[in-house]
Design a protein around this ligand. Structure first.
Ligand SMILES: C[S@@+](CC[C@H](N)C(=O)[O-])C[C@H]1O[C@@H](n2cnc3c(N)ncnc32)[C@H](O)[C@@H]1O
Length: 459
């Protein structure tokens, strides 16, 4: 099979049955032999139509007599694919988008409905044309969508997020900023590298990448970070991967290691370590001199950590498989603890097309219970006067501020250690002393990071 749209439809069927979008996509792409340009098209169609599902469904609701959820499943997916191309893929000629969608319907059991598919897509195009010539447009975006007045639903439909996520962001940011954040989260993610200073340096990697035709940019105040610009092909094929010169790690995740500020010779426990992005950063920062206990309850993810440590030639990491809430042997042993907590990932929704539809207010609630238990147990690993850094890649206060506020209320011997006034990271700091990385301001993944100090032994 070589038709990219048919391959996208097969992957989307799996996603609608519950598969992760990246897993479903990998599975179908492995079975076919496509040129790179077609692979890119399948990827764009699958991730794009998953990400924009709510907006695309709203268009169907507006353009067809039957609502999107009343359409046969495959027909709805085919319409989503067609509308996605017309709405968001300017590179695809309109006639190609319409004709291939009609053909896809015909080849998948809807030969009696090709007129309906054609008519719906053409009606969409007519509305776009009308809108262009209409000064007092009823539509409020480049899409001919009639949107409700209610700000939550309005942003949710227009930018394709569930209402509850919009609500959480509106409460923190207001309408205009929430809209910017939604737009940011609908972009194609960038890739950052973290250079391993024990094997090479930034200048050498920059030069090697540039001579391979890859454009890169440095990130202010992050001495090991390089951002790749444009498409790169498979990341493992870039110069220096097998030599352990660098790891893939977003800039905001690199901030976490710097905030922990580990020192050579220390004992550091990374209590949610796998697949090891931050563990290996810590090992690099301590020049591989000292000990890092890398704990995680997921053995398969720890195997990835081991592979990464081997590739980067790091010796200071010791693996520990199990639940970090149940490791009393580590009490009062660590100079520093990193708790990079399992979270809802609302700061990295751009990286996982389906994540916005998988999380729910209930899953956030469950995660916040786990996060509170993890900090309560693992803070006991820290020696007197030691440090614990709590971090998440989410933008939900119940998993961030809520966890820390509750922990501090119950543990008066712990305090937030705010940044020094001259810290290079003060752009992210807040009056409360924790750091928040807002993607639409800082152009990196959303993160919450707080550095806590244990002030005496009695608690
Ligand atoms: C955000 S990820 C960690 C990412 C990692 N720090 C990195 O930078 O590559 C959270 C991890 O917490 C682990 N985890 C969840 N609950 C845990 C528990 N009770 N004890 C230990 N690990 C746990 C998950 O398996 C997952 O690998």
């Amino acid at each position: 099979m070589t038709n990219p749209r048919q391959i996208a439809l097969i992957a989307l069927r799996e996603v609608h049955k519950g598969a992760y979008a990246d897993v479903a996509l990998d599975r179908v792409l492995q079975k076919v032999n496509l040129p790179d340009s077609d692979r890119r098209l399948v990827t764009e169609l699958v991730y794009g139509s998953v990400r924009r599902q709510r907006t695309l469904d709203a268009l169907i609701d507006q353009l067809a007599k039957k609502k999107s959820h009343q359409q046969p499943k495959d027909l709805r997916t085919i319409l989503n694919l067609g509308l996605y191309q017309l709405c968001y893929q300017e590179r695809i000629p309109v006639s190609a988008a319409v004709n291939t969608t009609v053909e896809l319907a015909r080849e998948n059991g809807f030969s009696g409905l090709t007129g309906f598919v054609n008519g719906l897509l053409r009606q969409y195009l007519r509305l776009v044309e009308q809108d262009k010539g209409n000064v007092s447009s009823i539509f409020n975006s480049h899409l001919p969508l009639q949107l409700p007045e209610n700000p939550v639903q309005r942003l949710g439909i227009l930018h394709s997020f569930p209402d509850w996520i919009i609500q959480v962001w509106l409460e923190q940011l207001g309408f205009a900023e929430t809209e910017k954040l939604c737009e940011w989260m609908n972009q194609t993610p960038t890739i950052d590298l973290r250079i391993n200073p024990l094997r090479t340096n930034l200048e050498a990697v920059e030069a090697a990448l540039q001579s391979a035709g890859i454009l890169v940019r440095r990130i202010p105040n992050l001495p090991q970070a390089l951002r790749l610009i444009g498409s790169t092909g498979p990341i493992q094929n870039l110069p220096g991967f097998s030599e352990g010169w660098w790891s893939v790690q977003d800039s905001s995740a690199q901030l976490v290691g710097h905030l922990l500020d580990p020192q050579p010779g220390e004992l550091i426990i990374d209590v949610c370590a796998a697949p090891g992005g931050k563990t290996t950063h810590i090992a690099e920062l301590i020049k591989d001199e000292g000990k890092i206990r890398a704990c995680d309850r997921t053995a398969s993810r720890l195997r990835k950590l081991q592979e990464n440590a081997r590739r980067l030639n790091l010796q200071s990491i010791e693996i520990c498989t199990g639940d970090s809430r149940n490791l009393p042997q580590f009490y009062n042993t660590a100079d520093r603890v990193l708790l990079d907590a399992p979270c809802s990932g609302l700061g990295t929704l751009h990286r996982h097309a389906d994540a916005r539809w998988r999380q729910t207010p209930e899953s956030v609630q469950e995660l916040s219970v786990l996060q509170k238990e993890l900090i309560a147990h693992t803070s006991r690993f820290v020696k007197a006067n030691g440090i614990l850094v709590y971090a998440t890649c989410t933008l939900h206060p119940a998993e961030n501020e809520g966890v820390i506020t509750a922990f501090l209320a119950e543990n008066p011997n712990w305090q937030i250690e705010p940044l020094q006034a001259d810290s290079p990271y003060s752009a992210y700091s807040t009056p409360q002393g924790w750091l928040k990385v807002w993607p639409h301001h800082h152009n990196m993944d959303g993160f919450f990071i707080v550095r806590l100090r244990k002030t005496n032994v009695s608690g």
